[in-house]
Design a protein. Sequence first.
Length: 317
Amino acid sequence: MKNIFKKIVLIWVCFFPLAAFAVPPMYTVDYKLLVGLHPKMGSYDIVLERHLRSDINFSDSNRINELNLQIASASMQANRRIEELQRDLDRLLAEKAKVENRMTGVVEFDEELGRYDGDSSRKHQARKISEIEMDIVAVQAKIDAIWDDVMNPLYLSRQQSRKIVESVLAEIDLMLEQFSTQLGNAVIVDRDFLGSQIQPDKVTSAPSVGADPLSIRLYQSLLHSDLVGDVPDVYKRDPELRKYASQMRRDIEDSFDRNISMQISKQPLYGNLPKFRGRLFLAGAQNLDITRQVLEKIFVKHAVKADIAARILAQVK
């Protein structure tokens, strides 16, 4: 990744001194990390792609136990509803595999029928696979909808969460544009644009005792903690305990740092967010593309008629 970025910088430095305008400054950000550390993502479950509901008091253990029992009961009912759908899904997957084998494997001659087993037309087989894949998506959507209903007591709907995610992305994009302006129309590049995007493991069934809201809300809790490294008052009042206060404070700070590092380590996962707009140039590059100028020079060199060239250039963004 560093080598790729060095190449970008080298091209930047080598090319723009030849241009008719000054070289704009260039800065980098880790876009996925900005998303992952945004306060609105503090209650976001990456696996389920949903936010925990904000109207639940997660410190109320009785209420959480009640919700977990509700989810456990709904999960048992969902399993019964999904059995038939799962059979349909397994059948479709097997059918798809069979068609794929026909496309890649040896087609055997059926002596009884006097023809080859299966249609030898690859176009027909490809169309059949496309149809099966559409059916798979439809069945999987029904299964997902059932599990979504199971988890509704703890989570916002997918639609509500997507609106929150979209607002986070829009807010970050606007901030980057503002920074670009403040920094002299600087170009802002995503330094991890080509970084690996890890797909989080998807659940195949709802948890039998509900979600683990404490782990999902950990980052949110850290953001709203009173003081980093504060110790109980008893350690400050008692002379015998006071000497342990410094070590306890360091332990609390170390714990805070470890938990923040855990949140940062999830950075690659945020590239899979719905509506995630992954791109290399994030801000300040609107006036730096010279595709039209180069194409215009090519047309001139090859004597393309001016009116034809102008009409083509008008289509080039």
